[in-house]
Design a protein around this ligand. Structure first.
Ligand SMILES: [Zn+2]
Length: 103
């Protein structure tokens, strides 16, 4: 994968080198999809005091998200990127099922 594609997906620049992606070639059992079963992607936002204030003062969803990420929250897209790196799913599946963190 080119660093440009990975950057577009949201992979941090520090992690693009050596970032490997995988794809199952498929077989009769999986109807040629290369996928078996399902996995979960999770996003949990712990509410710190400053986030609580931002929410109560009607901060925009983007500002709230940005603050939460700054506090260490992993978004669904980030969770998906981890799954891609683990080789358990594909870039296509993560692009299909999660939104870009820059919006
Ligand atoms: Zn198969």
């Amino acid at each position: 994968m080119s660093p440009k594609v990975l950057a577009g997906l949201g992979v941090p620049p520090s992690e693009t080198e050596g970032f490997r992606v995988f794809r199952g070639k498929g077989c009769q059992l999986c109807n040629q999809t290369g996928y078996k079963g399902r996995i979960g992607l999770y996003e949990v936002m712990p509410i710190s005091d400053d986030l609580k204030e931002l929410i109560l003062s009607r901060g925009s969803h983007f500002d709230i998200k940005k603050r939460a990420i700054g506090r260490g929250m992993k978004t669904l897209r980030m969770s998906g990127i981890t799954k891609i790196a683990e080789g358990v799913t594909t870039i296509e599946e993560i692009l299909r099922t999660t939104i870009d963190d820059r919006q």
